[in-house]
Design a protein around this ligand. Structure first.
Ligand SMILES: [Cu+2]
Length: 202
């Protein structure tokens, strides 16, 4: 009678020991869970990336226009820029002095390719109008110099020229004084992807 309970007691003791062993390993879990606290630390660091994201919101505005080619040289309220057979302007920005009443842009085609293959011009619009004006210009066709006739969104534009030719256009600086940003681009089909830049008044 006494043996059986004692065996049960031993079995229970063993079971408890086994149980306590099992329960002790879950108890050691808090240690791994403590390791998760560092994992939460990156979460608390999200404000920092968020701040970077905020500064990146400014980046598209600046990076929308590639300014790596530099700024056009301006003399006496005028500038001369170049277009090449490589489908490139030689500048990526034009800064118009605010003291100028009118501004003249001369475009020199430094290449040799004909206007039908590598025509260039300079069209000035608001940056937000550029894509639509360019599309309408392509639709208008070569006979229109790839600029839609009487397009009110076009602030100024030169004629379309081929290699070796030069063209120019003058416009009142007041037209780009406010309401920008403004851009200049080539409306020959496909060229605006590379041939574009910013024009501003300072
Ligand atoms: Cu062009």
């Amino acid at each position: 009678m006494n043996i059986k309970p004692s065996l049960l007691a031993v079995a229970c003791a063993l079971a408890l020991a086994a149980c306590s062993d099992n329960s002790s390993s879950p108890t050691s879990a808090p240690a791994p869970s403590a390791t998760t606290t560092p994992a939460e630390a990156p979460v608390t660091m999200t404000p920092a990336p968020a701040a970077t994201a905020g500064s990146m919101t400014n980046a598209p505005a600046g990076s929308a226009m590639d300014t790596s080619k530099g700024t056009a040289v301006v003399t006496d309220c005028a500038t001369e820029i170049e277009g090449s057979d490589a489908m490139q302007y030689n500048v990526s920005s034009i800064v118009v002095p605010s003291s100028c009443k009118d501004f003249k842009i001369t475009l020199k085609h430094t290449g040799t390719m004909p206007v039908t293959a590598m025509g260039h011009d300079v069209v000035i619009t608001k940056q937000s109008d550029m894509q639509a004006v360019d599309a309408d210009g392509v639709a208008a066709g070569a006979a229109s110099g790839y600029v839609k006739a009487d397009d009110p969104r076009v602030i100024a534009h030169t004629s379309l020229i081929g290699g070796g030719e030069t063209t120019s256009v003058s416009f009142p600086v007041s037209k780009i004084q406010s309401g920008g940003p403004y851009v200049f681009f080539c409306s020959f089909p496909g060229h605006a992807a590379l041939m574009k830049g910013t024009i501003s008044v300072q």
